[in-house]
Ligand binder design. Structure first.
Ligand SMILES: Nc1ncnc2c1ncn2[C@@H]1O[C@H](COP(=O)(O)OP(=O)(O)OP(=O)(O)O)[C@@H](O)[C@H]1O
Ligand SMILES: C[C@@](O)(CCOP(=O)(O)OP(=O)(O)O)CC(=O)O
Length: 422
């Protein structure tokens, strides 16, 4: 948290914004292993079931957000990925502004010392995602978590992370889980006002550091059916969703929490794959149906099943999961990740891959070394795909929640305007 200008007598022209407080933070993406799909209250974003996710490293994927407050700004503004967005009708962002400002106001009203009336100042928000936006890579989760976390720091809120998650939830449901690192449950709650619908940490990132993830980018274009719209249609039309909510998710939540606490990859992997499959079954059961997976997604599913089926001791070696798009996320223990990267590259050649954890020494060609069980794979079910079918592989790991950055990382200049525009 830093103060650029803190003189109460500074001039009031907008070229010399006074009392500009500026904060920059990053927030991570999270990928659910028990999916959130369905709202019981769309305005408050209250879900129809509990969900559980893993927070992935901000070193690989993040939203970075700078927010400045100044009495000289004329209104709240947002620049996303270098372009100004019209937020006048963006109810979800206004929810986050309104709720954090109300908490700031309480602080101002109850403080013995006079506090800067930040709750009354317009803000400028500048945010960048270092990965494609609205492509099913959970940008709304990291983006809205970064917004709420940065507002909380800007306003010096003493609010707990779970309480903040209630606010982020009103920005985008899955965003509430990105306020924590590690393994995170979103408890659906039962109250009509949403007071008990919040995120809690099941285990920190240090609990199971061997667990890693490989994101296979199959298509990073903006998706056809947004999660928000898709899940509303599912709630309205799918009988299978009712079975999932009532009879499936509660038991899976219990088993998944235990699997995480026991670092039991076998159970973790089986529930993860089954839950992804049921989420996509529920999409197919929506009328008209919603298709998020494509041929490449389905081939990756088959490849992981072949890989698991030929495991020498019968133990699962990897698990796939898919959100509202065709991109695969493969969870696996670190020790299996190298052969998984070789395998994926062999069947889906030509993907861009930077090797952040230096798994591949110079000279070792990615895709050249296949696991020795590979000759037992049923080759009929997984043809080699044309180059570029998977365009990018992102190797990442379980990691921490949002971070506060130093002032040198600011995306806004001293007038509170973006340093970079597109
Ligand atoms: N950094 C950000 N700051 C503020 N808002 C953001 C940011 N990134 C994304 N958003 C908001 O989230 C929207 C994208 O959400 P959407 O749910 O369509 O895609 P997604 O999050 O990539 O996919 P999914 O949640 O299904 O995995 C954007 O249009 C924008 O309104
Ligand atoms: C498939 C999912 O990724 C759905 C995410 O939905 P969003 O959180 O993007 O939806 P809104 O609450 O309407 O903003 C599953 C999950 O992350 O649990």
């Amino acid at each position: 948290v830093l103060w650029l200008f803190s003189t109460p007598l500074a001039p009031t022209s907008s070229a010399n914004a006074i009392m500009v407080k500026v904060v920059t933070c990053t927030a991570p993406v999270n990928i659910a292993v028990i999916k959130y799909w369905g709202k019981r209250n769309a305005a408050l974003i209250l879900p129809t079931n509990d969900s559980l996710s893993v927070t992935l490293s901000q070193d690989i994927l993040h939203s970075k957000t700078t927010i400045a407050a100044s009495p000289d700004f004329s209104h709240d503004r947002l620049w996303l990925n270098g372009k100004e967005e019209d937020i006048t009708k963006n109810k979800r962002m206004h929810n986050c502004f309104r709720e954090t400002r109300a908490l700031r106001k309480q602080l101002e009203d109850s403080s013995a010392e006079p506090l800067e009336p930040l709750s009354t100042y317009p803000v400028h928000v500048c945010s960048e995602n270092n990965f494609p936006t609205a492509a099913g890579l959970a940008s709304s989760a990291s983006g809205l978590a970064a917004l709420v976390f940065t507002l909380a720091r800007l306003f010096d809120l003493p609010t707990s992370t779970s309480d903040l998650s209630r606010i982020a939830r009103q920005g985008s449901g899955s965003a509430c889980r990105s306020l924590f690192g590690g393994f995170v449950a979103w408890e659906m709650g039962s109250r009509d006002d949403g007071a008990d619908s919040l995120a809690v940490q099941v285990a920190p990132e240090t609990h199971w550091p061997e667990l890693q993830a490989l994101i296979c980018v199959v298509d990073d274009a903006k998706k056809g059916t947004s999660s928000t719209e898709g899940m509303q249609n599912t709630v309205a039309t799918s009988p299978l969703l009712q079975h999932r909510i009532r009879d499936v998710v509660p038991e899976r939540m219990r088993d998944m929490k235990k699997a995480i606490l026991d670092r039991d990859f076998q159970t973790f992997a089986e529930i993860t794959m089954r839950d992804s499959n049921q989420f996509h079954a529920v999409c197919l059961d929506t009328f008209p149906p919603i298709f998020y997976l494509n041929d490449v997604s389905r081939a990756i599913i088959r490849l992981i099943h072949e890989y698991n089926a030929t495991s020498p001791d019968g133990r699962l070696k990897a698990a796939y999961t898919y959100d509202a798009g065709p991109n695969a996320v493969i969870y696996a223990p670190k020790q299996n990740m190298k052969e998984i990267i070789h395998l994926i590259t062999r069947y889906f050649p030509g993907a861009d891959f930077v090797d952040p954890y230096n798994f591949f020494p110079e000279g070792e060609v990615v895709g050249s070394n296949l696991p020795h069980t590979h000759d037992k794979f049923n080759q009929n079910v997984i043809p080699v795909f044309p180059a570029g079918s998977v365009s990018r592989l992102l190797h990442t790991e379980v990691a921490d929640g949002p971070r506060v950055l130093g002032k040198e990382e600011s995306l806004l200049n001293e007038q509170g305007l973006p340093l970079r525009l597109k």
